[in-house]
Design a protein around this ligand. Structure first.
Ligand code: VGL
Ligand code: ZN
Length: 190
C-alpha cells in the first residue's frame, strides 16, 4: 500500500449543536476539515465522507432496543452533511460511504464498505468516542497507518472522560496524532 487518504467521519447535522444527538461543539470540526479537504484535493488524495444513514426503525435507536435517540434518518435534514462542509463533489477520488442501513450499530466507516487503497489514512469528524474510534480501530486492523486529526474531531462524552479514553486507546493501538496545521506543513506527498 502507498499514498494517503482523508476520511471525514459523520459530519452531519444531527451530530452538531441543534441536532438530535448533538456532540458538544461538533460544528467546530468543519473549518479545519475544510482546510484538509482543499489540501487533499490539491495533492490528489482519495477522500471518503462517511454518513450515518439509518432507517426510521432500527435496533440502533432506544425505542427499538438500542441506546441512541433517533438520529440521521435517511432523507431527513438531520442526516445531511453540515451545510458549511465543503465536500469535493465531482472530484473523481471522492466517495460517500453510507452506514447503519440495518439493525447493526455500524460505527465504523469500514462497516459501510469503505476500503481505502491508500496506506496512510488521516481521520477526523464525529464522534471521537464512537464512529471515529471505531473507524481508527478498523483501519489499523486493515493494516493502515492512521493519523487522527486532533483539532478536527469532537467527542459525545456520554460518560465523562470517554473522549480521553478513546484517544488513549487509539494511541495504544498505534495511531498517530496531528493537527490540521501540522499536516498542511508536512512535505507534500501523494
Ligand atoms: C455515532 C452514535 C450513534 C457516531 C453514530 O457517528 O459517532 N454515534 N451513531
Ligand atoms: Zn447512528
Amino acid at each position: 500500500m502507498k499514498g494517503k487518504a482523508l476520511i471525514l467521519v459523520d459530519v452531519q447535522n444531527d451530530f452538531c449543536p441543534g441536532g438530535s444527538l448533538a456532540v458538544p461543539n461538533g460544528h467546530e470540526v468543519v473549518p479545519p476539515l475544510n482546510r484538509m479537504i482543499a489540501f487533499a484535493v490539491r495533492h490528489r488524495w482519495d477522500i471518503f465522507a462517511s454518513r450515518d444513514w439509518h432507517p426510521r426503525q432500527t435496533k440502533h435507536f432506544a425505542e427499538f432496543g438500542g441506546i441512541w435517540p433517533v438520529h440521521c434518518v435517511q432523507g431527513t435534514r438531520g442526516a445531511e452533511f453540515h451545510p458549511d462542509l465543503r465536500l469535493p463533489n465531482g472530484y473523481v477520488r471522492f466517495q460517500v460511504i453510507s452506514k447503519g442501513l440495518g439493525d447493526a450499530d455500524d460505527y465504523s466507516a469500514f462497516d459501510g464498505g469503505m476500503r481505502p487503497e491508500a496506506e496512510h489514512l488521516y481521520v477526523g469528524g464525529l464522534a471521537t468516542d464512537y464512529c471515529v474510534l471505531s473507524t481508527v480501530r478498523a483501519a489499523i486492523e486493515h493494516g493502515h497507518k492512521v493519523t487522527l486529526l486532533t483539532d478536527a474531531c469532537r467527542a459525545v462524552n456520554l460518560k465523562d472522560g470517554d473522549g480521553e479514553r478513546a484517544i488513549e486507546e487509539m494511541r495504544a493501538i498505534g495511531a498517530m496524532f496531528a493537527t490540521v496545521e501540522d499536516v498542511l506543513r508536512e512535505p507534500a506527498t501523494i
